[in-house]
Design a protein. Structure first.
Length: 270
């Protein structure tokens, strides 16, 4: 018993004497990690550079949480790297940056292929897919291409996570009432006011976007997140519908927005 007391006293004394050094080391390591993450995001993503400091802090807080709550699995012999996890997860965190429910918990498995693959689920050759069994699949070269060109309004990771966002809302409910209200307005505009036809006549989205509501939302999400200023200028109606759903206005640098759910007949939600 005396030995236990002596050992405990000895350990306590060491911790007390060196507590400031330990705290400094812990803070330094955290700071180093933060700097490395910041450098990665600055290098590989364009949108991160435009975020205000408060949102960069939120982004870097949410990113490791998303990674820790998802299982990343390489397929056809592909080894999953930390870079792959970071880049893919950054798309999900960007998409949900304005939302309170951001982990897409219904889709906790992410399969990464070395190239296009044949899907047993859809019986087609795909670059990516999201299914209701909680699996998101992406071909890595096309993920990279999506971030390499931030002006083409095509980003595979945004596209698949947009599908996951809607499916989670439909299947189990998204715990974000503002998104739910915004999505109801989006659907209303889509069907009662022929929004998709207006957008198609403008030639804003690629042809596949008009296949159904899910594809229209996913393609609109890619445009909104990659080229918000262009979408704002070319179709403010669609832009502000995306603002309401995703609770972020990148043109005016507002995030986590709340709205009164009233359709006042105007495009601007403020």
């Amino acid at each position: 018993m005396e030995n236990v007391v002596l050992i405990s006293f000895f350990v306590f004394t060491i911790l007390f004497v060196y507590r400031k050094r330990i705290i400094r080391s812990f803070r330094r390591n955290n700071s180093d990690t933060d700097m490395e993450l910041d450098l990665f995001l600055q290098t590989h993503t364009e949108f991160y550079k435009t975020l205000p400091p408060k949102m960069k802090k939120r982004f870097k807080h949410r990113l490791p949480i998303f990674i820790d709550t998802h299982e990343f699995e390489g397929r056809e012999g592909l080894s999953v790297t930390e870079e792959m996890k970071l880049l893919i997860s950054s798309a999900a965190v960007h998409l949900t940056l304005g939302l309170s429910d951001y982990t897409l918990s219904d889709f906790n498995r992410i399969f990464i292929y070395p190239d296009v693959y044949y899907s047993q689920f859809t019986k087609t050759t795909n670059r990516g897919e999201t299914n209701q069994h909680g699996i998101i699949t992406m071909a890595w070269p096309y993920v990279v291409d999506g971030f390499r060109d931030a002006t083409d309004k095509i980003n595979l990771a945004y596209h698949e996570f947009a599908h996951a966002l809607i499916l989670q809302h439909v299947n189990t409910g998204l715990e974000d009432s503002m998104f739910v209200h915004g999505y109801e307005l989006f659907c209303d505009k889509l069907f009662s006011e022929n929004l998709s036809r207006k957008v198609e006549e403008m030639g804003l989205l690629r042809e596949h976007a008009y296949a159904n509501k899910m594809e229209f939302f996913a393609a609109s999400t890619e445009f909104f997140l990659e080229a918000p200023e262009l979408l704002h200028n070319q179709c403010s109606e669609l832009y502000y519908l995306m603002v309401r759903m995703l609770r972020q206005d990148p043109v005016h640098q507002f995030y986590g927005l709340t709205f009164t759910y009233i359709n006042d007949g105007t495009n601007n939600p403020y």
